[in-house]
Design a protein around this ligand. Structure first.
Ligand code: PDD
Length: 292
């Protein structure tokens, strides 16, 4: 079945979706994006994704999106329906750029409409790696100073992720000025003597939606959380490391730069949080409540 996508106000077959060669997303990476998971037609943490996109649009001063980022959630739901994705797992991709205009660094005329693109795709979580754990490498974080904006401009992330893949690893864990910031497409957590460590919310990391859910789960379990940034040099002494993200869920890291992490297999804190996350994700906790 030919997928239906949304582009600039219309629902069209994917192969008919066309954007201008002058689009500033294409020319400059001048835009923002989101990836949202859906289970049985329900978008997971949709409000949080829309709020983050709205904040990114504001940060980049892309102001003329009709209805704002929240209006795109309705588009996303319709795409799930139109693409027969109301059962099982899917991802929705949303992108807004500053629109199409002759190439010039400064903003185009205020009347230039943003380019809005949304697609929905069947998704299979990386179950093997979630179960057995993944390898990761460390890489220098050479990104700009506003990584809290989910910009489509992902060159440093792409180069780091490619190096990871070439090393047989799933993720590149980024280190800036000796400090672990996040992964190329994930947030990073460490566990030391039962306590969670993760980078605080600063412009040096994306405010991850999964990160926020994991912190809620940790609080509900009475786990201590320390948001003092991890030093790269501390990584080798951690009991556990795990990655979190929209398409990653919670993934244990069992080998870092070729050396086993902790016991070399997924640790108990990672496992407990994985379980809690799955329950929350699939609404098991909710249906349990409803049935009592
Ligand atoms: N990546 N850090 C970076 C740099 C990311 O790109 C992502 C998400 C995350 C995790 O954020 P969240 O939990 O909100 O998905 C952290 C998406 C999935 C991607 O680029 O495909």
């Amino acid at each position: 079945m030919e997928p239906i996508v949304y582009l600039n106000g219309g629902f069209v077959p994917h192969r008919e979706a066309r954007i201008s060669a002058d689009d500033r997303g294409f020319l400059f990476g001048d835009g923002v994006y989101e990836v949202i998971r859906a289970v049985d037609g329900a978008l997971f943490e949709a409000g949080a994704h829309a709020r983050r996109m709205a904040a990114g649009l504001q940060a980049l001063r892309i102001g003329s999106l009709e209805g704002g980022a929240h209006a795109l959630l309705g588009v996303a739901e319709r795409l799930l329906r139109e693409n027969a994705l109301l059962e099982g797992e899917a991802t929705v991709y949303l992108q807004v750029t500053r629109g199409a205009a002759p190439r010039r660094h400064t903003f185009p005329a205020p009347s230039t409409p943003p380019t809005v693109y949304v697609s929905a795709t069947r998704f299979q979580p990386p179950a093997e790696l979630q179960e057995h754990g993944a390898a990761a490498i460390t890489q220098a974080d050479v990104r700009w100073g506003r990584c809290n904006v989910k910009s489509t401009n992902l060159l440093p992330n792409i180069l780091a992720k490619q190096l990871a893949a070439e090393a047989g690893a799933f993720e590149a864990i980024l280190v800036r000025d000796g400090v672990v910031t996040e992964g190329a497409s994930t947030s990073v957590f460490g566990v030391s003597r039962g306590e969670l460590r993760t980078h605080p919310l600063t412009p040096h990391i994306l405010p991850g939606i999964t990160r926020a859910v994991v912190l809620e789960l940790a609080a509900a379990r009475g786990l201590r959380v320390d948001e003092t940034p991890l030093r790269g040099a501390e990584l080798g002494r951690l009991d556990e490391i795990f990655l979190v993200g929209t398409t990653t869920d919670l993934m244990p890291v069992v080998v870092l730069d070729g050396t086993p992490v902790g016991g070399g297999s997924p640790g108990p804190v990672t496992r407990a949080l994985q379980q809690g996350y799955r329950a929350r994700f699939h609404g098991a906790a909710r249906s349990l409540l409803l049935s009592t």
